[in-house]
Write a protein that binds this ligand. Sequence first.
Ligand SMILES: [Zn+2]
Length: 391
Amino acid sequence: MSSAEVARAFRFFETDAEAITDEHIRICSIPASPFGEHERAQYLSEKFSSLGLSEVEVDDEGNCLGLIKGASLSPLMVVSAHLDTVFSSDTDFTVVRRENRLLAPGISDDGCGLAALVALAQAIQNEGIRTEGSILFVGTVGEEGEGNLRGVRYLLTQGRWAGKVDAFLSFDGPGVDRITNRALGSRRYRVEITGLGGHSWGDFGMPNPVHALGRAVSRLAAYPAPKEPRTTFNVGRIEGGTSINSIPRKATMEVDLRSAAETELQRIDAFFRRAMKDAVEDENATRRAGDPELKLRVDLIGERPTGETAADSPLVELAIESTKVLGFEPRLDQSSTDSNLPISLGIPAITLGAGGASGFSHTLDEWYEPRNRDKGLKRGLLVVLGMVGIL
Ligand SMILES: [Zn+2]
C-alpha cells in the first residue's frame, strides 16, 4: 500500500474506469459459447501481446496465456478468468448500455473477470511495477457446465506450465467482499434407458423406458439430502419417446449432484447409482414373459472435486487483509469455479469477485454495473503483488 507504483496503479483503475469498461464491452461482444471460445481467446491473446506480455499463446486446449516475468520465474502465480459462457452459439452477444448498466449474456460471468485480467496486466505494465516472481495471465476455456474445467485441467496437468504454478487466482463474477476458498464438488451424469418399444395398446406390458425413468426420478427425489453440509440434486433435463401411442425405445436424463463435503457427495452418488438400477429392475419386473429387459447406461459427464485452501494459508490471509484495507468486510465462501481444480492438486487457489455488481447471471437478462469496479481491481492487484512480491 505504501509503494508509489501501487498508488499509481490504483489511480489508473479510477481515472481509466471508462476505458476499462470499453474494453469489457469489446471482449463480451465476441461470442464464446461452450466449446466455441476460440475467437475470444484469439482477441485476448492479441491484447496480451499489445500490452507487452511474453510467452503469449493460445494453447492446445484453447486457453489464452501471457506472462509478466519478474526477476525470477518463481513464485509463479496464475491470474485467470474464464472465456466461456453458458450460452449457445446462436445467442446474440451484443452489449447494450442502459443507464449505468451493461446488458449482455456473460457480461458478468465472466466478462468482468476477463476485463479484470486486462486491467491488471495493463496497470502492472504501464506503471512499471517490477515483481520478484512472475504472473501468468490466463483466459480459460470450459469452466461452465459440460466444459468440466477442461481448460484449467489442461493448464495445470498437461500444458507447458504444469507443475510450475505456485498459486492460483480466478476472477469470477462481481463484488469486493467474497473470497471463495472452498471448492464445491459436483458429479454430473447422463442416464440412458433403452428397450425394444412397441405399440401402446398392442404391446402393453413391454417394459417402458419413460416409465423406468419416472421411477428413477421418483427414487432420487426421495433422497434425504442434508442441509448441513449442504447437499443438492437436480434432474435438469429429460428426453425421450416417439409418440403418445408408442412405447418408447429410449429415455434419457441429465443429473447434477453437489455437496459441500466429499463424504456426502460420495453418499448421494452411491444412492443415485443404486436408485437407477433399482428403478430399471422394478420396471423390468413388470414385463410379460419373454419380453426383453430394459438396458441402463449411466455415464459420468462431469466431475469437480471438493476441497479447500485453508483459511489461515498465506493466500487466503492476504485476500482477507486486502479486502479489509479497502474498507470491506471479507466473506469466505464455497463455490464451484476454476479454483476447484488447483485445490484438488494441492495448489493454493482462491476465486475473487472482480468488483462492480451484477444480476440474472446465466440468463439472457444478465447485467453488470461497473460502479466500484476499481475496488475489486485494487484488491486483486494487492493479492497478486502480495504473492509474487514487489521489487
Ligand atoms: Zn463463472
